[in-house]
Structures are given as structure tokens and as C-alpha cells.
Design a protein around this ligand. Structure first.
Ligand code: CTP
Ligand code: MG
Length: 414
């Protein structure tokens, strides 16, 4: 049942001073069988790995778990152990682990998992691999409760619905209504004194007692079970509608940021435009397009969000068609490219660096115009102007520069 070369990591000494986790992945997922065409939910591929791997990662990242016993169905234990070894090679959890076969009931799987926990380990966590959204903070809270001396620590939440007790033989008949304030919906990981849990399982086995969680076996032995706050997101993937929860993170947009920077030399060229606003009386700029340094920095920042290179690649200054072209038109094209890459601009923070002209009188107009060009509310565009205290080329009045930082959301996978 325990450790063969392919089924454990033999090179490590077990971390016996920390709790070990028993990760339950030996169920058949009967309530999801039709939706998954027979495959068990804990083996669903999620973010490139089987679902159970997510729990293993969080348990190891919590830094309070000393080792993991993976419990797999007997008929695929060897194949799963091999796949697990591959996952570990790619992304080592850094703690000892081993693989055992589970049994027909969850309770059997826990008992078999417990037998593989090194004898010197004082505390164990029992976790359902079908609860991939646990957090390291929750794991630490459970372990902290064990550290405080409680023999059983379980996460739970107050229930929102009124719960009715029904007759098992005639479930359409209500027997009674327990007071809602006395009810808790409990979750895993559940933490236990390992010796007491072993004894509770042995007694349950001998008495033929069945329970759907391990705390119930501890209760039956008369041990106090402490409830700590659970997490609303820590749901157990159980029925077909829960599968949507696994799709959500993959499709949620991801934040991204782009930085743009541009410089133009002053000279007898084109009238100075900033953010699409012409600044009368300012020095002219030398440029192939209209030389709007602010919009150029902004376009590079947007391309940065979309990971699409820079404006020089998209609009080469050797292209005669771009001679004198309005940067507002180029910005429209950049926005189209960004939209095509699944990027939605949220916010732009812009800085113009120039010794001259004075920009304070133009600030509000430039800001409003950039907001219009980006299709953003004005409060999502910020414009700053500064000099460089007479230093460098801007200080000598030889040119102007601009920086842009753009925040955006990008559709995952786009
Ligand atoms: N489990 C287990 N061994 C069993 C039964 C369940 O290791 N004999 C595990 C499941 O893989 C799951 C967790 O216990 O991670 C919680 O059980 P549950 O959600 O009931 O999963 P299944 O029993 O697989 O699903 P179902 O009850 O719908 O058949
Ligand atoms: Mg079950």
C-alpha cells in the first residue's frame, strides 16, 4: 500500500514536526459522471494540470504542511503516480509525498491515507481534492488551531438557507427545522490530532459507523471539534453547475501595464501638438508624422499592454503615406490593434517633460482630448508636466519628451 520507488519521493526525510496532509482523490464523482462522460472530477485538466494538483500546490505553498499523502483510486494509482512524478519534476512542491490507493467510501480513503502518514507526525489535515479553491491562509488558520491544542479544527460558514431535516425513508416529508443560527456548512481542510483520528477511524470501522466527514468521527468519540471561519470560495466541485467555477478563472481578464517614452527635437518643423491639441506660440518640432510626442508615448504604452512591439514597427517613418499624418489617426489604429489582442484600456498616466512652453494653461484641454481619444472618462486620464530644472536637452530647450503608463485588462488566452 505504501511507498514504492515510483510512488514517493525517497530522497527527502519526512517533515515530521509539521502536519501532513491527506489529499483525497479516490472518489468516482458519480454526481458529475454524466457531465464528464465517466471521468472523475479530481482528474479534470485545469490550468494545464489535473485538478488535485492545485490543492497540492496550495498545501505546500502554505509552508505549514510537512508532507502530502495522495490518495488515488486503486485502478489508476500507478498511472497517476507517474503523472504526479512528472508534475513534481516540473514544479517541485519541496515537501515529501507519497501515493496510496483509496477505498470504496471517502471514509475508507481517509483511513488508508492515515496509514501512510509517518508515525511520528502529530497532526494531519484531510482535504478533498475536489476543493481546489482553498487558500494558504485557510491552511495556516487550521494549523494554528491545532497548534493551540485543539484535537479537531474544521473550517465552517454560517448557512444562508433554512435547512430542513427530512425523513431518510420519505425525503419529501419534513421532520423538523433546526435553528439556522446553530448550523454551519463545513469544509476541508480539516485538521486533527493524528493519533486521535486514527483511533476514531478504527472505532468507526469496528462499529460500522459511516460519516461524510472526519470531524463526525471525532465527535462520536467525544472529542471537542473547533470550527474556525471557512471561505465562501472554498466550494467542492460536486454537480455540473459547479464546473462553471473552473472556467471562470481561465476566462477572467488579467491586468496588464504598458510604458511608453518618446522624444522630439525642436526646430523649424511642424507646429507643436500635444495630445492632439495644438499649442500656439510653442517651438516647432521635427517629425515625420505630426510629431505629437505625447500621443506617441501613449501609443507605445498601449502596444506594451498588448505586447505588440512599438510604433516604429507598425508605422515606420520611412513610409511616405505617414508623412504629416495626424497622431490621433495612428492612435485609432493602435487602439484597434489592442482591441484585437483582447486589451481594454482602463487608465493612462501621462507626463510631459519640457522647459518650454509653459503647459499649465493647456493641461485641462489636453487631458480632456486624450480621454476622448481613448474613450475613457476624464478621471481615468492623468496629465503631469515638469521641467528638468534646466538640465539636459529639455533644459536647454532643444526638445520635448513624454512618458505614458497605461493600465489595461487583457482577456486571458487572447
Ligand atoms: N473521495 C475519495 N474516496 C472515495 C470517495 C471520495 O478519496 N471513496 C474523495 C473525492 O475524490 C473528493 C472528496 O473525497 O475529492 C470528496 O468527496 P465527493 O465530493 O463526494 O467526491 P466523489 O465521491 O468522487 O463524488 P460523488 O459523491 O458525486 O460520487
Ligand atoms: Mg462522494
Amino acid at each position: 500500500m505504501v511507498f514504492t520507488a515510483a510512488q514517493c519521493c525517497p530522497s527527502r526525510t519526512p517533515g515530521e514536526e509539521l502536519p501532513w496532509a491527506i489529499l483525497l482523490a479516490a472518489g468516482s464523482g458519480s454526481r458529475l459522471a454524466a457531465a464528464l462522460q465517466g471521468g472523475a472530477k479530481q482528474f479534470l485538466l485545469w490550468e494545464g494540470a489535473p485538478l488535485y494538483w492545485r490543492s497540492a500546490q496550495v498545501l505546500s505553498q502554505s509552508a505549514v504542511v510537512g508532507g502530502i499523502v495522495f490518495v488515488f483510486p486503486e485502478d489508476c494509482r500507478h498511472a497517476e503516480a507517474e503523472r504526479l512524478a512528472g508534475l513534481v519534476a516540473r514544479d517541485d512542491p519541496g515537501i515529501p509525498w507519497c501515493v496510496v490507493s483509496g477505498g470504496p467510501l471517502r471514509q475508507d480513503s481517509v483511513r488508508l491515507g492515515l496509514a501512510a502518514v509517518p508515525a511520528a507526525v502529530r497532526h494531519v489535515l484531510v482535504h478533498d481534492a475536489a476543493r481546489p479553491f482553498l487558500t494558504a491562509a485557510l491552511v495556516r488558520r487550521v494549523c494554528a488551531g491545532l497548534g493551540d491544542g485543539y484535537p479537531a479544527v474544521i473550517p465552517g460558514l454560517p448557512v444562508k438557507d433554512t435547512i430542513k431535516l427530512v425523513d431518510a425513508a420519505a425525503p419529501e416529508l419534513v421532520v423538523r427545522t433546526p435553528a439556522r443560527e446553530c448550523l454551519r456548512a463545513v469544509q476541508t481542510p480539516q485538521g486533527f490530532d493524528a493519533a486521535l483520528l486514527r483511533a476514531a477511524h478504527a472505532r468507526a470501522c469496528a462499529d460500522g459507523m459511516r460519516a461524510t466527514d472526519d470531524a463526525a468521527l471525532m465527535e462520536a468519540m467525544g472529542h471537542p471539534v473547533r470550527i474556525i471561519p471557512g471561505e465562501a470560495d472554498n466550494v467542492k466541485i460536486t454537480t455540473p453547475e459547479d464546473l462553471a467555477l473552473l472556467r471562470a478563472p481561465a476566462s477572467a481578464p488579467l491586468p496588464c501595464t504598458g510604458l511608453g517614452y518618446d522624444v522630439h527635437r525642436y526646430g523649424n518643423g511642424r507646429p507643436l501638438r500635444l495630445g492632439g491639441v495644438e499649442i500656439p506660440g510653442a517651438p516647432g518640432v521635427l517629425a515625420h508624422s505630426d510629431g505629437d510626442v505625447l500621443l506617441h508615448a501613449l501609443m507605445d504604452a498601449i502596444l506594451g499592454c498588448a505586447a505588440l512591439g512599438d510604433i516604429g514597427q507598425h508605422f515606420p517613418d520611412s513610409d511616405p503615406a505617414l508623412e504629416g499624418i495626424s497622431s490621433a489617426l495612428l492612435l485609432d489604429r493602435v487602439l484597434e490593434l489592442a482591441t484585437g489582442a483582447g486589451v481594454r484600456i482602463c487608465h493612462a498616466d501621462l507626463t510631459i517633460v519640457a522647459q518650454q512652453p509653459r503647459l499649465a494653461p493647456w493641461r485641462a484641454e489636453i487631458r480632456a482630448n486624450v480621454a476622448t481619444l481613448l474613450g475613457l472618462a476624464r478621471e481615468h486620464v492623468n496629465l503631469k508636466a515638469t521641467t528638468e530644472e534646466g538640465l539636459g536637452f529639455t533644459g536647454r530647450g532643444e526638445g520635448i519628451k513624454a512618458c505614458a503608463v497605461v493600465s489595461a485588462l487583457r482577456n486571458a488566452g487572447a
